[in-house]
Design a protein around this ligand. Structure first.
Ligand code: DQA
Length: 148
């Protein structure tokens, strides 16, 4: 069975109450539930994990090698700073889609640059919670094609 990791970085545990005009009103649990339900429609296992700690996110990426076929990753603020997460994405060799709820290009200049995009399979930014489900749909299609 195809399996996907939905990985959320720092401060995303506060979704629902954190700047709702920027990030929307859904909680993290609600976004996860939508991803799991969509996965079920496709017959894909979806596991979700959030951490505020860079090392725990790196560990989750390493562990994903053992069970996942792809990763949907919202690295939060680490997007703009983390060489270590970039190296982890490269190291695991799984297709990773970088996602952002907000349109990072419509925001402060420091959000325009991602250290991770170049080593990700692709990037979706600005579609709210649908950034996650769009990335999930893409990975399911990609992995299905690769199996054929
Ligand atoms: C974010 C965008 C980042 O710039 C920010 O630091 C976040 C959330 C997003 O989902 O829009 O924490 O990744």
């Amino acid at each position: 069975m195809t399996a996907l990791l939905i990985l959320h970085g720092p401060n995303l545990n506060l979704l629902g109450t954190r700047e709702p005009d920027v990030y929307g009103r859904l909680t993290l649990d609600e976004i996860n539930a939508r991803c799991i339900a969509l996965g079920r429609e496709f017959g894909v296992e979806v596991r979700c994990f959030q951490s505020n700690h860079e090392g725990a996110l790196i560990d989750a990426l390493h562990e994903a090698r053992q069970w996942a076929d792809g990763v949907v990753f919202n690295p939060g603020g680490y997007t703009h700073t983390s060489v270590a997460l970039r190296d982890a994405i490269t190291a695991i060799g799984l297709p990773v889609v970088e996602v952002h709820l907000s349109n990072v290009y419509a925001r402060e200049d420091f959000r325009h640059h991602s250290l991770l995009s170049a080593v990700c399979r692709g990037k979706i930014s600005g579609l709210g919670w649908r950034s996650y489900t769009m990335a999930l749909r893409f990975l399911v299609e990609l992995l299905t094609e690769n199996q054929q």
